[in-house]
Design a binder for this molecule. Structure first.
Ligand code: AMP
Ligand code: GLY
Length: 424
């Protein structure tokens, strides 16, 4: 069969790699793809937001399954465009992708269906938000309602900071239309865990857990980024926590979406915080995490095409997910200066070291071919160097060994990805 993947980052690279392992697949296309994805897929120059062109391409090439990796096209309704043409597509429709696309929607859903999350209020009027802050406890968390590249969350320690935050989000519109509405919520503390799941509208199958490191610098210092590295499984995600989440969070979310007339098909990513009062939902995403997918998919035993088709067809109840009894660590190699200001266009050397080496992977997040055919840096996050190992410590040591195989100007990575696991 023929598969089209939509996206251009490390997440789409690991999806393309995993799809390439399926004996059912003869040909993979990726739009627009990147220099690493080109190893498995023919990259086509169509942007992820060009829905009609993507659907034209899928029809013309007789694509059997299209996989949407990224949040923007999902929230924008790309799945609806494909379905209207009778095309098979993996991902939620627009009316379900709102689970990620609107934090106000997801908070109201959790409140209505009694899914554990931080206490909150939604606002579409900055004056009312400012008035609410008069009597609030601090720290407090402000969230732009819409998609903001993971940057629309402000943790404010004082009333002054919070007032400034309301201005930034709702008046200065730093995150654009994402700030037309805002959520103000209780500040929680605890470990964060990312849990990805496959969903077919009614049945949910949970993947193995992972944890992201969002800050730019070691010791969780510095600015928030798209993610500087991940590990899987999370040793903090115990059987007891899993049982709690299965009872109060996962199926309840799927049932809530169905009850609202918004059946969810695709991947739900549960961003959880393990608080003293139990696990609570920090956020939902409507797609694989990036770079969570880079540590979860290499550990998955199933043929991903079988699982995704079951989601599209509504037959996921017949599928059991299986994961290797090992661990994986992904260290993101970034361009120094990310997430603020960085240079691009430097040659990446050493990629050949990963060829035919089991358990070592280099997933490209921001790379491209230069005019003379070299692979060069093309983003803030450049590569996700991933390794597996018998346990987390082994995976971590393997991943940091592999980091040394790669070289490019201004290469930067955190030195402590997965370090929290030493505390367990
Ligand atoms: P989100 O995009 O909602 O996951 O938020 C981004 C990050 O902000 C999370 O990964 C947390 O580290 C932090 N965060 C979000 N909501 C809260 C909260 N209610 N309490 C504490 N930290 C939070
Ligand atoms: N790693 C967090 C995300 O994909 O949103």
């Amino acid at each position: 069969m023929k598969v089209l993947i939509v996206g251009s980052g490390g997440r789409e690279h690991v999806i393309a790699w995993k799809v390439s392992k399926s004996p059912r697949v003869d040909k993979i296309y990726c739009a627009p793809g990147n220099a690493g994805i080109a190893e498995y897929a023919e990259c086509v120059d169509i942007g992820a937001m060009e829905f009609e062109r993507l659907a034209d391409f899928a029809q013309e090439k007789k694509i059997d399954l299209t996989i949407i990796g990224m949040d923007d096209p999902l929230v924008g309704g790309v799945v609806d465009v494909f379905e209207a043409r009778g095309l098979h597509v993996f991902g939620p429709r627009k009316n379900a992708a709102i689970l990620e696309g609107s934090k106000a929607f997801s908070k109201d859903l959790m409140k209505k269906y009694d899914i554990p999350t931080a206490a909150y209020e939604n606002f579409d009027d900055p004056e009312k938000a400012l008035a609410y802050l008069e009597t609030a406890d601090f720290p407090i968390v402000l969230k732009a309602d819409g998609l903001a590249l993971g940057k629309g969350v402000l943790i404010c320690n004082t009333p002054e900071e919070a007032r400034e935050g309301v201005k930034t989000i709702m008046l200065d519109k730093k995150f654009g239309a994402a700030g037309n509405q805002m959520v103000i919520e209780e500040f929680m503390t605890g470990r964060e865990v990312s849990v990805l799941s496959f969903v077919d509208g009614k049945t949910i199958r949970i993947m193995t857990s992972a944890q992201d490191h969002k800050r730019a610098l070691d010791g969780d210092q510095g600015l928030n980024t798209g993610g500087m590295g991940t590990f899987s499984p999370s040793p903090f995600y115990t059987d007891e926590i899993d049982a709690f989440c299965k009872e109060y969070i996962y199926q309840r979310t799927v049932d809530a979406m169905a009850a609202e007339g918004r059946p969810f098909k695709g991947v739900i990513f549960f961003g959880l915080m393990l608080t003293e009062k139990g696990p609570k939902v920090l956020e939902y995403n409507a797609r694989f995490g990036d770079p969570e997918a880079q540590v979860v998919l290499p550990r998955m035993k199933n043929d991903i095409i079988d699982v995704m088709e079951a989601c599209v067809d509504g037959t996921l109840e017949n599928v059991e997910l299986e994961f290797e009894d090992n661990a994986a660590v992904c260290v993101v190699l970034a361009s120094d200066g990310y997430p603020v200001k960085y240079e691009k266009g430097f040659e990446i050397r050493g990629l050949e070291n990963f060829k035919d080496r089991d358990g070592y992977y280099v997933f490209h997040a921001g790379s491209k071919f230069s005019a003379d055919g070299k692979i060069v840096t093309n983003g803030g996050r450049v590569l996700g160097v991933t390794a597996t190992g018998k346990d987390l410590k082994a995976a971590r040591s393997n991943a940091y060994e592999a980091v040394k195989w790669i070289d490019f100007d201004n290469k930067y990575c955190r030195g402590d990805i997965g370090k929290a696991i030493d505390e367990v």
